[in-house]
Design a protein around this ligand. Structure first.
Ligand SMILES: [Zn+2]
Length: 452
């Protein structure tokens, strides 16, 4: 048992509870107690950690990502989504299990160092005969020690059939459904405290057929797992949906059974008012990815309106090829700025940004009962930030240091297990992860040149 005392506690619970000088007791994989003042006498036997100068928050939940992209950062730096994708598809065609493992392990190590305790992933590129790519990233998550919700992604609408991706990176409908069912059977753990849960995640309207979307939703609901896809990201996508299906992206998704409390959608940038209401009414979640949306010039998601309507909204860094910094804590700052660029100074507060990155993400994943806030009985997924020192001293409010400022992560626990201690990754060798990613990046870039 570990008792952290004398820290600022931001519980990020429904009431927005904060203790300027409080404590947190971790017992096994759960939070045993939290409150104001000193640690109660009943926990006297616990190990002690002095929390002076530190801010405790729930571990951050990354609601949308593509881990394999860590090794293909810096490509097509001035392109919009479709130009960026068509530059990168031939490079990604070179993926194999070794490359995915190296990329995912380095990327997850970096996410941990920026406060993330639970990450989703959306892997949708499965070139034939390159090993088990989903296994490769799940083993990477176990190596680094993060809670992991990978989506078994897919693409089956290649260029020859009117889609955007080249045919070489697509699979056929039946292969995809069989592999998705296998992934659920092999990896999905629905038990409390689960470290691995699978989602069903066809990629996007312009890379997946309507039939596959419909059948994927049926498969997910039969298996009791969640559904994830990209939607309403760019105006190019909206045009594609109008020309191909005669529908907006949200109308198209609803036609196919893709709105509901078991669905969360990446982006939701281009939404009409009625569509925002429809997402909220159906309990459909949105993973907001402001850095990626800015990097690709996609637009600014109507986060204020989504939150006011009551839709679950989480935060995601999105794939590292469209967010080279990939910092989970940085995404809180970007979300705040993006919302204010769009809707003015009251559009999003620091506390609302933290809520989005914690409970908002937990709601997207259907895990609000055990993740997303610091409350007794919840999983001990905790981030401890330095809000003193050069970066933090002189900022009046630790939550402003966290979101407006430049906090340094001091410690991170996932299910009570230390992942970061004194600012260093302790579950894996960071230098080794970086060397692995560098070698993988060099290898796949060679493929891209040969393949184009
Ligand atoms: Zn994405």
């Amino acid at each position: 048992m570990l008792a952290i005392e004398g820290c600022y506690v931001a519980a990020a619970d429904a009431a927005g509870t904060e203790y300027p000088s409080g404590y947190l007791v971790l017992d096994g994989d759960r939070i045993a107690a939290t409150g104001a003042g000193p640690v109660p006498a009943q926990y006297a036997a616990a190990d002690r950690l002095d929390g002076a100068g530190l801010l405790a928050t729930p571990g951050l939940v990354n609601a949308h990502h593509h881990l394999y992209q860590w090794i293909t950062r810096g490509y097509a730096p001035d392109e919009g989504l479709f130009g960026w994708l068509t530059t990168l598809y031939p490079v990604w065609a070179g993926l194999d299990a070794g490359l995915v493992h190296a990329s995912a392990a380095a990327n997850l190590g970096w996410l941990a160092l920026t406060g993330c305790t639970t990450s989703t992933d959306h892997h949708y590129v499965f070139p034939a005969g390159r090993g088990d790519l989903l296994e490769a990233e799940i083993l990477a998550a176990r190596r680094v020690g993060l809670r992991f919700h990978p989506g078994r992604g897919s693409m089956n609408l290649g260029k020859s059939s009117g889609g955007l991706p080249p045919d070489e990176v697509t699979e056929d409908h039946d292969t995809i459904l069989a592999a998705t069912q296998d992934a659920i059977d092999r990896w999905h753990d629905p038990a409390p405290g689960s470290m691995t849960r699978i989602a069903v995640a066809p990629c996007s309207p312009f890379s997946v057929t309507a039939d596959l979307m419909r059948d994927s939703a049926e498969l997910a609901r039969r298996a009791g797992v969640r559904l994830h896809t990209h939607l309403a990201e760019t105006l190019d996508e909206a045009r594609f949906c109008q020309e191909t299906y005669g529908r907006t992206p949200v109308e198209y998704a609803e036609d196919l059974g893709w709105l509901g409390p078991d669905v969360w959608l990446a982006h939701g940038v281009h939404l009409a008012d009625g569509e925002i209401a429809r997402l909220a009414a159906t309990g459909t979640g949105v993973a907001h990815c402001p850095t990626s949306n800015g990097r690709l010039g996609s637009g600014i998601a109507p986060v204020r309106a989504l939150l006011e309507a009551g839709a679950p909204v989480g935060l995601g860094v999105d794939g590292s090829a469209s967010n080279e910094s990939g910092r989970m804590i940085g995404e809180l700052h970007q979300a705040l700025l993006a919302a204010r660029f769009r809707d003015g100074p009251l559009a999003l507060s620091a506390r609302a940004s933290l809520q989005m990155a914690t409970m908002g993400g937990a709601r997207c994943l259907g895990r609000e009962d055990e993740l997303g806030s610091l409350e007794a009985g919840k999983l001990a997924d905790v981030a401890l930030w330095r809000v003193d020192g050069l970066a933090g001293a002189g900022i009046a409010d630790p939550l402003c240091t966290l979101v407006f400022g430049a906090p340094a992560l001091d410690r991170l626990w996932v299910g009570g297990r230390p992942v970061v201690t004194a600012g260093e990754l302790v579950t894996a060798d960071a230098a080794g992860l970086a060397a692995g990613a560098a070698a993988a990046s060099a290898r796949i870039s060679g493929h891209g040149q040969a393949g184009t």
